[in-house]
Write a protein of this length. Structure first.
Lengths: 510, 528
């Protein structure tokens, strides 16, 4: 069935309109501002790894609701991520530490429990990713031990990842996962989360960390990986919050002196609404990437910049580490805008923070509370409202399904105002493609889009509009097109995009 | 697990080579600069929590003042210890936050000043008029001067108006239950007899249940003694002589009353072993009839939110009835509340901070107290978060969205956090979009009521003699904190009949060698 609606004003071949469904008449003459052409040479990225989600090992699967895993599987099926960042905790997996009562760390011994609920959950996630060809960045949150020196038996924290036991442990873990269990979906190792955030002594496992320690730790781990035949595992360079020392020391340090060890610039970005809304986020990111490129000319080609954690800063409650915006449609719109701006700046991949509220908890004297940043919650204790799929899951689903890995990403030839941003993608096989357009203005805009790069499609164009009024869901509660028309994105596609909306146009059903 | 959230800022990204510039000034530590030439300021404060200084609001301040904030925080439980550790370890931040009070004044402030660990404020503060005005308005400000210098910025509760001289430590109660059992009094005003009748009615109604008629926040026990005593804590002046406040006739009368409430089953039976937060949770759980608590706006808002989550409370009227504030007239015919200063805790500068850096921080504080800075801290960025037409402020939809319950969603606004270095911002409550207006209105009405009673001489405020409060003699400084802790334990043990069985045993706890030495020292000093 071919659906049409007022959002599609016309789909016209360059010689004239071949299809039209204009509620207010098709506009056949365009001002420059109203025409968006994605020129064949307007490449933003040729080394695109796709869009995914942070799907970490659950801290307590006993807290999940009945049917949680099935619900999660269904949701991730629909989300169809290309990337997953999966973090675990080595403290969950090691036991029976024996220091031999010597100062020599190399003779220390310990055992692994690779059969507990944490590893079971890990394997469940990796099974899923392996079966679907999802590239995984697998990592460990922190070095092991307690930040409280009074109770810490490992004494690894002061030396951080330079501790020789760290390289051995992480290599043991990766050897088990990649070689024993066969998860070659793991493409990267994350050498601790946000090492640039040192925190306070006694409270943070990073308290003694420095760039020098982290980089030496990475080199040790890489050497151990090579010794174990884990040659295919790259290391996420940084996994840092991308400002201050995170940028100056870690990312710039990698660009200057570590490109022989890592080829992935991993950054975490949580951004205020203001720079997203004003479009200045893109400028900042562009400046940053250009600064890195001064030292590493391979950035954007063999060397990738991937935002491994992404989200919005406003709405964050610092006590509970929850974000109140995630229940609003605006979160989806801003994260789409975030994505478009990131791609225009040359980013090669993005992971959204995060999939499920049930994964992580905030621990206080009064107990553990879920960190609510997810696309839904599978916690048994979550209210029915929180268990529902949140709006930004749907906008993210459109993005992850359109922006597939290996696609070429195109910029528009002409920028059109502060309130409108767009980016196009064409698949590697040239059989599918489309574009995302974000209208952040207070009025609807009429735009005509055309992708120059030739696509060979089945002749359908699927149009999705994401906002509170127009989002359409199918009987399963997942996003479905607002309109389907015959035509090609190589022709002129004219859309009326409502105020405060994301429009996604694709040559395939997303 | 996620330790930090970061934002890539629109204007502050450092893009040049990672070369640190330094400049040595005035014999202090070397000032450090970011790659793009901004002065790096290490700031640490209890209220910074997970604020990492990477939001757009902080970025605008950084750009305006040419600085780069590096914030860290303290945990409430280890605050004092963390400050001490950082000072002892030489890792103290440029600007830090300490829970200064009269009990630790000598062993922290004076000790640090003597040791050069903290830097005094400039003698002439006229360059920072907002800050100067705030500091000059501090109660007991002269007590904080040492060798003619002021070594801290007392953090004002309210920079716009004079705060009430009493704390909102009082009783919230189940008015709905009072109505149900026929003991409700109009306007929530209870004479001493009516208060006791209500407690007894609740105790009778719930004697076989898990519900307590009366319970106190853990640090507040036994609150009922406040209706008798005159001093808040350790020391009382009786006939010109300083004695332990715990052994005055009035205190003992209150103590006896509290003990009777325990033995008669009015007081929460497990108050003795209750951990921090337990009693408030019991109230939220509908298991306490009258609850003594610090009804700060934050606490009261939380309490109302928690009660709103109860399924049987589904209208505003029911919520108000479940969270009403009692006005109890004591046996002397007066209301009684604990006195307070108009500031809480203080901001310090590390001893090695250069004059230039200190002045820069003072510039920022001055701006944060200005109208422009205040608007940024409350509303955000003009033209984006809000628009201003004359004095009228209108919040924008993009800047201030609401959650599914219709409440404004909190912004991650560094200006708000930084302003905590100089004020807690009580003055902002009437205009802050994030303040729960119902809670604020109820507390404001209660405050007006108490102010009126105070003006008429019907409110007794518990205060310690100022001469004693800030006295920093050796033994007092050494022992005050411990004496207070021990006294609280003794009171609890006596009232609940644990370890301290008799009044004679009780009194002996305040006649120890330490008490006697401290009291002698204080009394000798008073005679000078």
């Amino acid at each position: 069935m071919i659906l049409t609606c007022a959002f599609i004003i016309s789909v016209c071949a360059l010689g004239g309109c071949t299809a039209e469904n204009a509620s207010d008449g098709a506009s056949k003459t365009h001002t420059d501002d109203s025409v968006v052409v994605f020129a064949a040479d307007g490449i933003a990225s040729r080394s695109f790894d796709g869009v995914g989600v942070d799907w970490g090992v659950y801290e307590d699967t006993n807290k999940l609701a009945v049917g949680a895993w099935e619900k999660t599987m269904n949701a991730v099926d629909r989300l169809n991520p290309s990337l997953v960042r999966c973090m675990t905790n080595l403290d969950w997996l090691v036991y029976d530490y024996d220091s031999k009562n010597t100062d020599d760390l190399s003779d220390d011994e310990w055992k692994y429990n690779f059969k507990n609920k944490y590893m079971k959950n890990t394997l469940d996630i990796l099974d899923y990713c392996q079966d679907r060809g999802i590239k995984v960045a697998f990592g460990v949150w922190n070095v092991i031990g307690s930040p409280d020196p009074e109770v810490d038996v490992w004494k690894m924290i002061p030396n951080s990842t330079t501790d020789p036991r760290w390289a051995k442990m992480t290599a043991d873990l990766m050897e088990f996962l990649v070689k024993t269990e066969g998860y070659d979906c793991i493409k990267w190792f994350v050498n601790t989360n946000e090492p640039n955030y040192v925190g306070n002594i006694g409270a943070s496992k990073n308290a003694y960390n420095t760039y020098e320690k982290w980089s030496q730790g990475v080199k040790n781990v890489k050497a151990e990986f090579l010794k174990r035949g884990l040659d295919g595992i790259d290391i996420v360079g940084g996994d840092v919050t991308a400002s201050g020392a995170g940028f100056d020391q870690y990312l710039m340090g990698i660009a200057k002196e570590m490109t022989d060890v890592v080829s992935n610039y991993g950054i975490h970005l949580y951004v205020s609404n203001f720079p997203i809304d004003k479009g200045t986020f893109r400028d900042s990111l562009t400046t940053n990437i250009e600064a890195l490129r001064e030292f590493d000319k391979k950035i954007g080609d063999e060397h990738r910049v991937i935002i491994w954690e992404s989200g919005l800063l406003d709405g964050k409650n610092v006590i509970t580490d929850c974000n109140s915006y995630i229940a609003n449609y605006s979160y989806g719109i801003r994260m789409a805008d975030f994505t478009v701006q990131s791609l225009l700046a040359g980013v090669n991949g993005i992971c959204y923070w995060d999939l499920d509220d049930a994964m992580h908890f905030m621990y206080t004297e009064t107990g553990a509370t879920a960190k609510e940043w997810g696309m839904f919650s599978t916690l048994s204790s979550a209210s029915p409202l929180k268990q529902e799929i949140r709006p930004w899951f749907h906008s993210s689903t459109l993005i992850t399904n359109l922006l597939r890995p290996g696609s070429d990403i195109y910029k528009p030839s002409v920028e059109s105002g502060d309130d409108f941003r767009t980016v196009a993608a064409v698949s590697a096989d040239r059989k599918s493609g489309g574009f995302i357009a974000v209208n952040r203005g207070i009025k609807s805009v009429k735009k005509t889009f055309r992708i120059e790069e030739k696509l060979s499609t089945d002749g359908n164009i699927y149009v999705y509009i994401f906002n509170e009024s127009n989002l359409r869901l199918d009987k399963n509660g997942y996003v479905t097109p607002n309109a389907v028309a015959r035509g090609s994105v190589n022709d002129e596609v004219t859309l009326e995009i409502p105020a405060g909306s994301v429009a996604v146009v694709s040559t395939k059903l997303l | 697990m996620k330790k930090l959230f970061s934002a890539l800022l629109s204007v502050v990204l450092c893009v040049t080579a990672a070369v640190t510039l330094t400049a040595c000034e005035d014999g202090g530590n070397e000032d450090k600069f970011s790659d793009d030439g901004k002065l790096i300021l290490n700031v640490r404060n209890l209220y910074f929590n997970e604020w990492n200084g990477e939001d757009v609001y902080t970025a605008q301040i950084e750009e305006k003042f040419g600085v780069d904030f590096v914030p860290t925080n303290y945990s409430w439980a280890d605050w004092t210890q963390q400050v001490q550790q950082s000072i002892n370890g030489g890792t103290v931040s440029d600007v830090f936050h300490f829970n200064l009070d009269n009990y630790n004044f000598a062993r922290s402030y004076k000790f640090w000043a003597d040791d050069g660990a903290i830097k005094p404020l400039p003698d002439d503060m006229s360059r920072w008029p907002n800050l100067k005005k705030m500091i000059d308005s501090t109660s007991n400000i002269e007590a904080l001067r040492y060798n003619g210098k002021l070594y801290c910025i007392p953090i004002a509760k309210n920079v716009k108006s004079q705060e009430a001289p009493y704390s909102p430590f009082t009783y919230v109660y189940r008015r709905d239950w009072a109505k149900q059992y026929g003991v409700y009094q109009e306007g929530d005003v209870y004479t001493w007899a009516q208060f006791n009748a209500l407690l007894q009615a609740f105790a009778n109604a719930f004697k076989d249940n898990e519900i307590s008629a009366l319970a106190d926040v853990e640090w507040g026990f036994p609150s009922v003694v406040n209706m008798f005593k005159n001093e808040p804590h350790c020391f009382a002046v009786v006939d010109g002589k300083v004695v332990p406040s715990y052994t005055t006739d009035k205190y003992l009368e209150g103590l006896d009353y509290a003990k009777n409430l325990v033995t008669s089953g009015v007081y929460y039976a497990d108050q003795f072993s209750s951990n921090d937060g337990d009693v408030s949770k019991r109230y939220y759980g509908g298991r306490v009839g009258v609850f003594y608590e610090n009804l700060s706006l934050s606490n009261y808002t939380t309490l109302r939110k928690k009660m709103w989550e109860r399924s049987e409370i589904d209208t505003k009227e029911k919520l108000d009835d479940a969270t009403a504030i009692m006005r109890v007239i004591g046996p002397d015919g007066k209301y009684a509340l604990e006195g307070t200063d108009n500031w809480f805790s203080a901001t310090f500068f590390a001893g090695g901070v250069s004059d230039a850096k200190q002045q820069k921080i003072l510039d920022i504080m001055e701006w944060l107290l200005s109208e422009e800075g205040t608007m940024m801290a409350v509303y955000g960025i003009e033209g984006y978060d809000y628009v201003k037409n004359g004095s009228e402020v209108t919040l924008t939809e993009a800047g201030w969205e609401k959650d599914l319950d219709g409440n404004y969603i909190e912004k991650f606004n560094g200006a708000k956090y930084l302003r905590y270095m100089c004020t807690l911002g009580y003055d902002l409550y009437p205009i802050d979009p994030l303040v729960d207006k119902d809670s604020y209105d109820i507390l404001t009405e209660w405050g007006a009521f108490m102010n009126d009673k105070y003006a008429k001489g019907d409110l007794r405020i518990l205060v310690e003699d100022a001469r004693v409060k800030w006295m920093t003699t050796y033994y007092k400084a050494e022992n005050s904190g411990k004496l207070l802790d021990d006294a609280n334990a003794t009171v609890m043990n006596y009232v609940y009949g644990q370890n301290v069985k008799t009044l004679s045993d009780y009194k002996s706890k305040f006649a120890t060698e330490t008490w006697n030495r401290v009291l002698k020292e204080i009394n000798d000093e008073m005679k000078k």
